[in-house]
Write a protein that binds this ligand. Structure first.
Ligand SMILES: Cc1cc2nc3c(=O)[nH]c(=O)nc-3n(C[C@H](O)[C@H](O)[C@H](O)COP(=O)(O)OP(=O)(O)OC[C@H]3O[C@@H](n4cnc5c(N)ncnc54)[C@H](O)[C@@H]3O)c2cc1C
Length: 391
């Protein structure tokens, strides 16, 4: 098999890249370890920045998002039992976020790609990249019981944090920067309308809680838990009890309960690899960096990477110039580190760490009061949350 760009991974990074390249007439093959149903039903992120919404629209895959996505012009920060609204639209000159599940984005991208007759190889085993430091890299894998080889000009490593692309790079060529957090998120998807029409980020002495949603009928809720907690420690009754406690306000507001459709625990880490390229292998999305989910940035950062990568590849095919490809990592890392800082900042402001004492608690409250009372501080949060246009 021969293609121009071999893309490993059919998550948001790989599929958006494939779409952007196809729109410019650059051929690619997407190689994915899982089956189609699995990637289309994997529940993960749900908040799209304005920049991601604009990118999906420009790529011609925004129709269902525009019909079914929920546009949010604000969010709530809650502490000491009182809710404070951050008016995203007003503070950012008209920008907003759209609540639309990552798996819906993935479904739209897969449908568009297959409708155009372009290839996604699902259930590809034992994917290996060879000669990524040469002009003729190859990707080998097994699919449908056959060994296959893809000859290409470039490889895009879009296979997430646990993928193989990053580990293909020789030891010593990459530097990693990492932080682990002493807490995790237990998330549920509940069959009940959201209890409020916007997200609530709640600081509480028992730990953080988040009220979010996936649709007018489905609520997504999270409670901070310990990183080594298991699901059997969190029966539904305990989850609802903690959510009621942490999200309660002094004005009698009530959280809606409903059947729990899905429950999972996500560990939290910050991680960056530098540089994000090695020879003709380019890493994008979670393959190159991970953020804790508090800032709702993982999917958006993946989209931002592949926007830069697609432009660089398209320029190479059109003009033969390699300068945009050569600066790919440096260009992306400026945004990556801004977003790493924002995600870390939101996380440390809102969570209770095991060793935290009354001093830490008061610092968090001082910061929350400042963010909700100073227009300058609120604007900083808002412009990062909706996505910075230029970093
Ligand atoms: C449980 C969970 C909850 C999350 N919640 C949020 C949230 O609320 N908000 C937010 O912004 N972000 C969230 N994130 C982060 C966000 O989902 C990721 O940042 C986003 O998925 C990154 O997209 P990606 O395409 O880079 O990687 P992924 O979505 O991980 O896609 C990588 C793809 O590569 C495939 N793959 C892996 N290994 C191989 C291989 N060897 N060969 C071929 N294919 C391979 C995988 O199957 C997958 O389809 C969450 C992540 C997790 C794990």
């Amino acid at each position: 098999m021969r293609t121009q760009v071999a893309i490993v991974g059919a998550g948001p990074a790989g599929l958006i890249l494939a779409r952007l390249l196809a729109c410019a007439g650059v051929h690619s093959i997407v190689i994915e370890r899982r089956d189609r149903a699995y990637v289309e039903h994997r529940l993960r992120a749900g908040v799209l920045e304005q920049t991601t919404v604009d990118l999906l629209r420009a790529a011609g895959v925004g129709d269902r998002m525009d019909r079914e996505g929920l546009v949010h012009e604000g969010l709530y920060l809650q502490f000491d039992g009182v809710r404070h609204r951050i008016d995203l639209r007003e503070l950012t000159g008209g920008r907003a976020i759209t609540v639309y599940g990552q798996h819906e984005v993935v479904k739209d991208l897969i449908a568009a790609r297959l409708a155009a007759g372009d290839e996604i190889v699902f259930e590809a085993d034992d994917v290996r990249i060879v000669d990524s430091d040469s002009d003729h890299p190859t990707v080998h894998f097994r699919a449908g019981g056959e060994e296959r080889t893809v000859h290409c000009d470039f490889v895009a490593g879009c296979d997430g944090f646990h993928g193989i692309c990053r580990t293909t790079v020789p030891a010593g060529a990459l530097s990693t920067y990492e932080r682990h957090y002493p807490f995790a998120w237990l998330g549920i998807l509940a069959q009940t309308p959201p209890s409020l029409d916007e997200l609530i980020y709640a600081h509480h002495e028992r730990g953080f809680a988040l009220h979010s949603m996936r649709s007018p009928e489905l609520t997504r809720l999270y409670v901070q838990c310990a990183p080594d907690d298991t699901l059997d420690m969190w029966p539904d009754e305990r989850v609802w009890e903690e959510l009621h406690l942490r999200l309660s306000t002094h004005d009698g507001w009530r959280l809606h309960e409903g059947p729990v459709l899905e429950k999972s625990i996500a560990v939290m880490r910050s991680f960056v690899v530098e540089p994000m390229q090695y020879g003709r292998l380019f890493l994008a999305g979670d393959a190159a960096h991970v953020v804790p989910p508090t800032g709702a940035k993982g999917l958006n950062l993946a989209a931002a990477d592949v926007k830069v990568l697609a432009a660089a590849l398209i320029d190479w095919y059109r003009t033969g110039r390699a300068d945009l490809l050569e600066s790919y990592s440096a260009t992306c890392l400026r945004r990556v580190w801004r977003v790493e800082h924002f995600s870390w900042w939101m996380t440390t402001m809102l969570h209770r760490a095991p060793g935290d004492d009354a001093f830490d608690h008061r610092l968090q409250l001082a910061q929350l009061r400042y963010v909700t009372s100073s227009r300058a501080a609120a604007t900083s949060l808002a412009e990062n949350y909706v996505g910075l246009e230029h970093v």
